[in-house]
Write a protein that binds this ligand. Structure first.
Ligand code: ADP
Length: 599
């Protein structure tokens, strides 16, 4: 379809504007429009330029004269020169005309000048005459230019020709706008894909080095960068060592001064929530680098053959966590605003991933330290209790010998006190040894089916004496058939003894302790309820810690080591069960243990 048809029907323009055309098709359409200006309007040369991201106009279609074509295609000039041209032009409707006289006065470099001899007419076209139409977008901002030269009849165009030319300028504006929209869309899609893949990769990793290594390729490819550099600050807001990793695998060391400059610039960029560009070809980004810093960076870029860089802060919330630098060589294009926006978003995504990884690493380190401390504590408890055991046995032996000796009442009382305290020490040592044994990760559980009804019956007998002394009734509620859990008999029994004896110990006289046993599909549940002192919410949080004793003075008056529940908790953990407590001060407590069931 020719441009004349399009001028008649407008069909082709509809298609152009529909967004269905590819970039190549749109450039072809601009070429056809330029050809129309040449063939239909009658100019020997027509050139259409398009505004590029760095405020330059690039000629993308030239028709007519081969010499002009050769000279002009791909040529760029600053948008500011268009503004200067407009300022000195006469307005022919929407067309701008600068007569030769004015061009000669103003231009040092007149550009391409056709080699023609003007015709003999007052309206003759002069070699330096300049006729063009600025192409604008919906809001009136310039997006390109249609410029013409060499009228076929050698005359400056009359009004009819001006009108025709104007029509082509309108088509050009529409096609240029469509081309720019299409380019932006393509770029956005490409960068969105990059960003998505980075987020995907980064969120799947919790190791910082892996995140950075994995992202590198996606970012370099997505942005068509020559190389990239990621620098992360260390945890305490300190500074990291930096190196530039090129996409070809080479890496360049940065001097400490440059690392420091990048460091400070990242924080400034993060504060301002923006990226920065560093290139000799574009003005400096404001308030990011001082003039001296910029010179240092540019000098360094010259040394390593880099023409421009896009500087992106990494961060999360108020915290700047590092920077990402993308580089391009002289052959690479200038960074576009769409790229800058996408890179900025990646800085946020990556920042979050860096923060997650850092928190994870911190947590892991803390956990390792706690484990180490825990193992040290267990070892200490084990050693100390062993060291106590033999002397205590010896003391008990000698006390037994003294039982057969006739003593005066004073001596007898002293021996009694010694015997009572020795008993307490022996119980403490026994609890400590048991605690380290049930907490020993190297001692595997030898589980067998255990009928909890039998265990509770035996425990009832053991604790019965203590309960009777306080007139406490222990009521057991258990099913008639076996209730089996998989576990170690002695440990399960110990678990029940500790819970039921605590219930008795911390209950008033004449009260009731109830023990309930239930069988569920996959689990068995033992619950022990008393009408005793109850436990405050604060105490409940630390109940299972070793050596914890309640802050309630009424409770601490009763003898205890603070190890009973710690032992219970470790036994439950070893059996892959769960324990919970509900309690109210002055009303009583219920401890509930759930263990895996077996048949
Ligand atoms: P202790 O040897 O002191 O009884 P435990 O580890 O068995 O050590 O219990 C820790 C603390 O929890 C006790 O000092 C007590 O204050 C509180 N406690 C445990 N069981 C009960 C309960 N049934 N009622 C009230 N307080 C309890």
């Amino acid at each position: 379809m020719s441009i004349e048809e399009s001028a008649d029907t407008g069909l082709r323009l509809d298609e152009i504007m529909s967004g269905a055309w590819s970039q190549a098709e749109l450039v072809d359409a601009l070429q056809e429009i330029a050809d129309g200006v040449y063939g239909v309007v009658g100019f020997g040369v027509a050139a259409i330029s398009v505004l590029r991201d760095n405020d330059e106009l690039e000629i993308v279609a030239v028709s007519g004269n081969a010499e002009a074509r050769e000279e002009l295609l791909g040529k760029r000039r600053a948008l500011s020169t268009l503004e200067a041209d407009i300022a000195m032009a006469d307005w022919w409707g929407p067309l701008c005309f600068v007569p030769e006289e004015r061009v000669i006065d103003r231009l040092e470099d007149p550009g391409w000048v056709p080699d023609v001899i003007p015709v003999d007419d007052v309206n003759a076209w002069k070699p330096l005459d300049f006729l063009f139409s600025p192409l604008r977008d919906d809001v009136g901002d310039p997006v390109g230019v249609l410029a013409v030269d060499l009228p076929a009849d050698g005359l400056r165009p009359d009004e009819d020709r001006q009108r025709l030319l104007q029509r082509y300028a309108e088509y050009s504006a529409k096609a240029v706008n469509a081309l720019l929209a299409r380019e932006r869309l393509t770029e956005r899609l490409r960068l969105a894909e990059t960003a998505r893949s980075i987020v995907r990769t980064a969120s799947a990793q919790l190791n910082l080095d892996r995140i950075l290594a994995d992202c590198q390729q996606a970012i370099v490819q997505g942005f068509g960068a020559h190389g990239m550099w990621i620098q992360t600050f260390d945890d305490v807001g300190g500074h990291a060592h930096g190196a530039i990793h090129s996409s070809n695998g080479l890496s360049t060391e940065l001097s400490p001064e440059l690392v420091e400059i990048a460091d400070a610039a990242a924080r400034r960029c993060w504060d301002q929530q923006r990226v920065a560009f560093v290139s000799r070809r574009r003005p400096p980004t404001k308030d990011v680098l001082t003039a001296d810093e910029r010179d240092d960076v540019l000098e360094f870029l010259d040394q390593i053959g880099i023409a421009s860089l896009l500087f992106v802060p990494l961060g999360a919330g108020p915290e700047c966590l590092g920077n990402l630098v993308l580089t391009r060589t002289e052959q690479g294009q200038e960074w576009t605003q769409v790229e800058a926006d996408a890179a900025f978003d990646i800085g946020h995504d990556l920042g979050r991933a860096v923060l997650n990884a850092r928190l994870f690493e911190r947590e892991k380190k803390l956990l390792d330290e706690m484990r180490e401390l825990d193992s040290y504590k267990s070892q200490l408890i084990k050693t100390v209790s062993h060291e106590f055991k033999n002397p205590l046995t010896s003391i008990v032996g000698h006390l037994e010998l003294l039982e057969s000796v006739e003593l005066d009442p004073m001596e007898g009382r002293s021996i009694e006190v010694i015997a009572r305290n020795t008993g307490r020490l022996q119980r403490l040592v026994a609890d400590m040894l048991l605690l380290s044994s049930v907490g020993d990760p190297n001692r595997p559980l030898e589980a067998k089916p255990i009928d909890l009804r039998v265990v509770i019956e035996e425990v009832h007998e053991i604790v019965g004496v203590q309960a009777e002394a306080k007139a406490i009734k222990i009521a057991v509620d258990a099913p008639s058939e076996p209730v089996c859990a998989a576990g170690e008999r002695d440990e399960i029994e110990r678990l029940c003894v500790n819970l039921i004896s605590n219930a008795v110990k911390y209950s008033p006289e004449d009260s009731e302790v109830s023990v309930r046993l239930e069988r569920h599909a996959e689990t068995v549940v033992v619950s022990v309820t008393d009408q005793g002192l109850g436990i405050s919410a604060g105490d409940q949080e630390r109940l299972f810690d070793e050596f914890f004793r309640s802050s309630n003075p009424e409770a601490t008056q009763r003898p205890g080591t603070g190890l009973g529940l710690a032992i219970v908790k470790r036994i439950v953990d070893r059996h892959e069960g769960e324990i919970s407590v509900t309690s109210e001060i002055g009303r009583g407590s219920t401890f509930e243990v759930t263990l895996p069931a077996c048949n």
